[in-house]
Design a protein around this ligand. Structure first.
Ligand code: NDP
Ligand code: GDR
Length: 361
């Protein structure tokens, strides 16, 4: 009998990689997508199976983390062995603009799923994974951060995720549900959303290289992150649900770079050497011809910043056999290469792909 998994946030970066991983392991995978006015399934279109196909192994359902009734209905129908709660309003900066919605989806969303497990009497059957985050450490109390490091969230997103973290622990202790938190540090890929800093950088630099864009505007260049590859990290999400006992794990590479260093590395991949000049809001990056290609724009500063994150994943190494497969350099190379291909397609369309139409003809 195939195992059955339910993924919330299946249309997101991690959801797409995880669905692919689980299908490869023989799972039947159900995913929850929310209704949108445009197609939002780009990342999983290659996995799509027509509803008319018999014995489908990949099935999508409309639902929303803010809507208990949809969650209960889907979980009742699917009777999953494993639920991966990846859905979230996941943008830290946006959470300052939409704090209430962020709390509703990111904090109460986890509670709604855990309650659905209870209401449906699935406490002994269904295992639950919560997508927790290094943002919980916020104003860091210890370097590097591990499972025992105290939390100090610095955004409405992180505060909402703190609730989700503790409600997961609480339902494990109170009701014996196999529920665990993966405290994942930043992980990126060519599927990363375009407004997160790594993807914003690789996409913009590729476009600058081809003359499709002039300048990349960024916020805090000094911010430091521990960046890994999403493909590596979803494997750990799965492994956390395969243990004898539910536990919480930090997943990180243990290596840290600044946003400025990410820009420099991505530019080097494109054969652009960035010369940095100035400090603070005056800082700029120039190419070899003296053209300004990177500038600081204070609109991207956050009301409260998380300056530095560096993870210690010793526990995951020892218990899950965690070894990151993709290095920082390989991650940057892959992201730049994919964004360069996309920029080349845009350039082709811009210069050769269409002719100007005179609609009055
Ligand atoms: P994405 O932003 O790429 O994906 C988020 C997913 O959640 C999308 O499928 C989105 O749908 C869906 N979603 C958002 N709101 C709702 C809602 N109200 N109801 C149902 N679905 C919703 O995030 P990632 O894949 O990068 O991250 C996955 C999870 O891991 C998130 O919870 C994130 O907070 C957490 N995390 C991520 C890290 C990272 O570095 N990537 C690190 C640590 C934690 P749509 O496609 O329609 O927008
Ligand atoms: P983060 O990722 O906030 O760590 O959350 P993001 O890539 O948005 O920011 C990383 C750091 O870069 C700085 N920064 C900028 N960020 C963005 N988005 N845009 C900019 O122009 C810019 N300039 C500088 C930020 O200030 C920050 O310090 C991600 C999300 O995936 C969360 O869901 C997840 O929980 C954490 O990673 C771990």
């Amino acid at each position: 009998m195939s195992k059955v998994a339910l993924i919330t946030g299946v249309t997101g970066q991690d959801g797409a990689y995880l669905a692919e991983l689980l299908l490869g392991k023989g799972y039947i995978v159900h995913g929850i997508k929310r209704r949108s006015s445009l197609f939002n399934t780009d990342r999983i279109d290659h996995l799509y199976q027509d509803p008319h196909e018999k014995n489908r192994r990949f099935v999508l359902h409309h639902g929303d983390l803010t809507d208990s009734s949809s969650l209960i209905r889907i979980i009742q129908q699917v009777q999953p062995d494993e639920i991966y709660n990846l859905a979230a309003q996941s943008h830290v900066a946006v959470s300052f603009e939409e704090p209430e919605y962020t709390a509703n989806s990111d904090a109460l969303g986890a509670l709604r799923i855990l309650e659905a497990i209870r209401i449906l009497g699935l406490e002994k059957k269904t295992r639950f994974y919560q997508a927790s985050t290094s943002e919980l450490y916020g104003l860091v109390q210890e370097i590097p951060q591990k499972e025992t490091t105290p939390f100090y969230p610095r955004s409405p997103y992180a505060v909402a995720k703190l609730y989700a973290y503790w409600i997961t622990v609480n339902y494990r202790e109170a009701y014996g549900i196999y529920a665990c938190n993966g405290i994942l540090f930043n992980h990126e890929s060519p599927l990363r959303g375009e407004t997160f800093v790594t993807r914003k950088i690789t996409r913009a630099l590729a476009r600058i290289k081809l003359g499709l864009q002039d300048c990349l505007f960024l916020g805090n260049l000094d911010s430091k992150r521990d960046w890994g590859h999403a493909k590596d990290y979803v494997e750990m999400q799965w492994l956390m649900l395969q243990q004898e006992q539910a536990e919480d794990f930090v997943i990180a590479t243990g290596v840290q770079y600044s946003v400025r260093e990410f820009v420099t590395a991505a530019a080097e991949e494109l054969g652009i050497h960035v010369r940095w000049e100035g400090t603070g809001v005056e800082e700029k990056g120039y190419d070899a011809n003296g053209k300004c290609i990177v500038a600081v724009d204070p609109r991207y500063f956050r009301p409260a910043e998380v300056e530095t994150l560096l993870g210690d994943a010793t526990k995951a190494k020892e218990k899950l056999g965690w070894v990151p497969q993709v290095s920082f350099k390989e991650l940057v190379t892959e992201m730049v290469r994919e964004d360069l291909k996309a920029a080349e397609r845009d350039e082709l369309v811009k210069h050769h792909g269409y002719k100007t139409m005179d609609y009055h003809e």
